[in-house]
Write a protein that binds this ligand. Structure first.
Ligand SMILES: Nc1nc2c(ncn2[C@@H]2O[C@H](COP(=O)(O)OP(=O)(O)OP(=O)(O)O)[C@@H](O)[C@H]2O)c(=O)[nH]1
Ligand SMILES: [Mg+2]
Ligand SMILES: [Zn+2]
Length: 226
């Protein structure tokens, strides 16, 4: 296949995805629901952090869409907290797309004023390119991954509004420089917000919960103004 034809197909796929994403966004705006697309490499702690977040949010209405190539493990872990979760298995696919998320949303009865957490497939590359109709991407980077990851995978960190620097409880054992993590995140995205957290010890959780509540409130305000 020629290079031009490949580019044509890729452009078609992304344009189609954007139409599904726009439809999802319209539904979410109508519901004044704040949707975040959680992106990271495999094992950075997305599900663990989500379970802790759900427990800490108490009676805040919310739902979760879980993306993985195989297994229902993560949706099962979320449901164990009492929250509603839909698992999407992408098979050979390596990211969620707007169409998959639209179908998953049909199976969730989202209340007005909810938070919708979409845990993407663990992959620091293509989830950056696929809009799901979310309000923002939140990148999770754990301290065991290496300070250079934002420089090596800049698209993901450029596309994210917030970076959660997770597993800070492990920092003393890993010979890492947390300031350098932050410096490299800001080199690729000067406007990125950063919160240091530990899903294990609860460090930083209050700040993260505050960030979620503030963003939900501004979503409700802007949705009401539309
Ligand atoms: N020490 C420590 N371990 C953590 C922390 N957060 C997650 N973990 C551990 O990291 C491992 C991976 O966590 P998961 O929550 O499954 O990671 P994930 O990003 O959801 O993984 P995938 O969905 O497979 O991409 C588990 O063994 C967790 O217990 C943390 O803050 N500190
Ligand atoms: Mg997970
Ligand atoms: Zn992919």
């Amino acid at each position: 296949m020629s290079q031009e034809r490949l580019i044509e197909i890729e452009t078609d796929i992304l344009a189609k995805n954007d139409r599904y994403a726009d439809a999802n966004r319209a539904v979410l705006t109508g519901l004044e629901t704040f949707a975040i697309n959680l992106v990271s490499s495999p094992g950075s702690g997305k599900t663990t952090l989500l379970c802790k977040t759900i427990e800490a949010l108490g009676d805040q209405p919310l739902a979760v869409i879980e993306g993985d190539q195989q297994t229902a493990n993560d949706a099962d872990r979320i449901r164990a907290t009492g929250a509603a979760a839909i698992q999407v298995n992408t098979g050979k696919g390596c990211h969620l797309d707007g169409h998959m998320v639209g179908h998953a949303m049909e199976h969730l009865s989202l209340e007005k004023g909810s938070m919708l957490f979409i845990e993407n497939v663990g992959n620091l590359v293509c989830p950056a390119g696929f809009d799901l109709g979310e309000d923002c991407k939140v990148a999770i980077l754990s301290v065991t991954e290496g300070e250079d990851k934002p420089l090596k995978y800049p698209d993901m960190f450029t596309a994210s509004r917030l970076a959660l620097l997770n597993k800070v409880d492990l920092a003393p054992y890993c010979d890492v420089d947390l300031d350098l993590y932050e410096e490299n995140l800001r080199r690729v995205n000067p406007g990125i917000e950063i919160i240091r957290v530990s899903a294990r010890t609860g460090e930083g959780m209050e700040q993260w919960l505050g960030w979620l509540r503030t963003n939900l409130a501004s979503k409700a305000q802007s949705a009401a103004a539309e």
